[in-house]
Design a protein around this ligand. Structure first.
Ligand code: LLP
Length: 425
């Protein structure tokens, strides 16, 4: 359940009518529901009740400061994958001991930043990274708490671009080599081994791959402990999928995922960490756009929107499906019409969907892309010099712009002309 529903024939975000926001900020824009964000965080927190645990929101899904502040206020931890994300977490109020640093390519500068600013742990992904982290920590006279990300070689059965747990993927160390890698970690100065990390992919719609991975992690925990390592924390990654199509069967719920965690790992007396991103933010946001033209093509009608692939790249990049609905509720029994729904960007890839049946709409109508709260705004670009679109947060009957639309001057003036070209035009 989310908080984007028709009321009196008009789509609302919580208690705010979408056309009211459109009037205030212009289209296109993203709008997020505080109640949905909070509800999704709590579903995970409650699913792990009874275990010592921390939900570390994966901010790559949506890293707006207001969203982060809300998560921090709920008691969430946060998973970051760059120095920029680390600074965003700190700026939003997360204490260092609730920030986990993941990612395959951490630089020395990023390591230094996190060690000095405070960090819960680094999830280390390779031996060379481990050696560099050891050097950086020793250089600062500090000790870096680490887990090692293992690659369990399981098939997450998701889109190839977002599967991470197969041996062919760039992530983690092969689980079969764990003992030697942990032995190296124990020898290196400036590192404190505290646990194991695993993340097998994103938009998982079945619990089976998790079960395979977590059983391997359970076995590895016993093996590494027998080797003399301290394994007191297990970071289980994120990846639980969301229903993108209301008409489809829904993926497993957090409570079912939590039961699996307890069944496979609950006996190990470890602190459990999880890193959900999409499930917390995805269905907590929509993208609202206006129909610019309805154009009749050869055997098809195009809906040309004022939103484009630069605003929401998932359909172009992954062939992803987003439900698209009119903001004004069609009358019961309205016949559906097939449309190719596209943006104004100058390439055919700027197509959100083809032959999509939806109630007929006209130029000037507002439409909403559902499930756009995760990997929407954060993946946007200014391609075609289209300004990044505003983000709005709703809380009951209130709404606030949490990132304004930049002006064209701001965009253009970020570029600078080198001296030798000045005065040449
Ligand atoms: N932890 C790690 C180490 C990750 O790499 C990711 C996602 C997560 C947690 C959060 O996964 P989630 O719960 O959100 O599935 N841009 C793609 C998704 C990329 C996911 C990358 N890693 C999309 O739009 O579908």
């Amino acid at each position: 359940m989310d908080h984007f529903l028709y009321r009196d024939g008009v789509l609302h975000a919580e208690d705010v009518a979408i056309p009211e926001i459109a009037k205030a900020v212009g289209t296109p824009f993203y709008v997020y529901s505080s109640a949905t964000l909070a509800r999704h965080y709590r579903l995970f927190d409650e699913a792990l009740e009874g275990l010592d645990h921390l939900v570390c929101y994966a901010m790559k899904a949506n890293s707006n400061q207001a969203v982060l502040r809300l998560m921090a206020s709920l008691g969430s931890g946060v998973d970051v994958v760059s120095g920029g994300e680390y600074l965003r977490a700190k700026a939003a109020g997360f204490p260092g001991d609730r920030i986990v640093f993941s990612g395959v390519g951490k630089t020395r500068e990023e390591m230094r930043l996190a060690l000095l600013g405070g960090i819960r742990q680094f999830n280390v992904e390779s031996e060379p990274e481990m050696v560099v982290l050891s050097e950086v920590a020793v250089g600062l006279g500090m000790v870096a708490p680490i887990t090692v990300r293992v690659n369990p070689d399981v098939d997450a059965k998701t889109h190839e671009k977002i599967a991470t747990g197969k041996s062919e993927n760039k992530f983690g160390i092969p689980i079969a080599r764990s003992r030697e890698v942990y032995a190296l970690a124990a020898r290196l100065p400036g590192l404190e081994v505290i646990g194991i990390d695993v993340h097998i992919g994103s938009q998982l719609t079945s619990l089976e791959p998790y079960e395979q991975a977590y059983l391997k992690v359970a076995e590895l925990t016993e093996t590494l402990r027998a080797d003399g390592h301290t394994i007191r924390r297990l970071d289980l990654g994120g990846g639980l999928g969301i229903p993108y199509e209301q008409s489809n069967t829904a993926p497993p719920l957090p409570v079912e995922y939590g039961a699996l965690v307890k069944r496979t790992l609950g006996h190990l007396d470890c602190e459990i960490e999880i890193e959900p991103g999409r499930l917390i933010a995805g269905n907590a946001g929509i993208l609202v756009s206006e129909v610019i033209y309805v154009k009749s093509g050869e055997g098809r009608d195009f809906l040309i929107l004022d939103a484009a692939m630069n605003d929401l790249v998932r359909p172009a990049m992954y062939g992803a499906h987003h439900d698209i609905l009119p903001v004004i509720e069609p009358e019961a029994g309205t016949e559906q019409h097939p449309y190719d729904i596209v943006g104004p960007v100058c390439e055919s890839g700027d197509t959100f969907t083809k032959n999509r049946a939806m109630p007929p709409v006209e130029a000037g109508a507002l439409v909403a892309f559902r499930s756009a709260g995760a990997y929407g705004a954060v993946m946007a670009s200014e391609y075609n010099t289209r300004p990044l679109i505003p983000e709005v947060l709703v809380h009951e009957h209130q709404f606030a712009v949490i990132r304004p639309r930049p002006t064209f001057d701001e965009i253009i003036n970020r570029d600078t002309i080198p001296e030798w070209l000045e005065g040449s035009a």
